[in-house]
Ligand binder design. Sequence first.
Ligand SMILES: Nc1ncnc2c1ncn2[C@@H]1O[C@H](COP(=O)(O)OP(=O)(O)OP(=O)(O)O)[C@@H](O)[C@H]1O
Ligand SMILES: [Mg+2]
Length: 337
Amino acid sequence: MSRLIETSFTKEDEKTEVSLRPEFLKDYIGQEKIKENLKIYIEASKKRGEPLDHALFYGPPGLGKTTLAGIIANELSVHMKVTSGPAIERPGELAAILNGLEEGDVLFIDEIHRLSRQVEEVLYPAMEDFEIDIIIGKNGESTKSVRLDLPKFTLIGATTRSGLLSAPLRARFGLIEHLEFYTPEELKRIIIASAKKLSVEIEDEGALELARRSRGTPRLANRLLRRVRDFAQIKYDGVITKEVADLSLNAMKVDRDGLDELDRAMLQMLIENFNGGPAGIDTLAASLGEDAGTLEDVCEPYLMQNGFLNRTPRGRVATEKAYRHLGLEFKDSSDYN
Ligand SMILES: Nc1ncnc2c1ncn2[C@@H]1O[C@H](COP(=O)(O)OP(=O)(O)OP(=O)(O)O)[C@@H](O)[C@H]1O
Ligand SMILES: [Mg+2]
């Protein structure tokens, strides 16, 4: 099944993603509340000459968490060291990374909910007091613990699943921000800025059509822009008009509400095989041959936000809008809700 958001992107897409990434706060479109907060924190930290408080960004993939981390480092004129939860296997590895930081640096840990408990425990004193205890020696008798001072740094964590973050870790962040889906207007601005960088000619209406069908997600908007550009150049006269956007997106099976094949498959499975629900996420995933995490992180937030799906204690339920969207007759399953 084609997965526009996650699996069907190419090396070329990744390169473009890096080149389209805004570098400073002024070029970061949308997420106004977060930007306002960040501006204040960044300015205060600069004035005091102290590192920024540790920050946690959470929300669905492709909304700009990594981008924000980079922007913070740029605004503070410091280096950013990038790693991820699953990449740090042992406490010693984290200790080495921390020890290699310079005063004021940003340490970005992606998928921070996937840190092991032992690694997390090294992080606690590092975040709180900028120190770690390292154990020297191997067998019981000769081991001793040595305290090591660290440079003052800022930890920026990102996760698509804040629910999976342990409470003690969460409590150590001074700044916790949830990234929201972007409005079509915001995405339109992002698309126009990207088109400019990619030297693609796009009409306002074309940009808005793309924006409406990008699931509120800048990464997808940029990716679809590149695909539509190909269509425009090969099949049309190079300019992305509303019509070109519409025809190309239809050809890519992105529908008018921006749902893609997997979104529709999930709803269809729920309606046709589970009578509209409730059905558990693992059952749904198994029936679709998909990973439950993908459904939960990628499909669900958008489907729920847009009223296609409800989450109940007994499982997922398709809404009347979902039936209508798929052209199916609505059967009320509210008795179960
Ligand atoms: N606010 C924004 N303004 C302009 N472009 C943006 C914005 N947010 C994201 N983008 C674009 O979307 C791309 C994806 O963003 P990013 O990699 O930061 O997402 P993410 O939240 O870290 O995703 P993941 O959870 O998958 O790691 C960026 O490369 C950038 O081009
Ligand atoms: Mg990221």
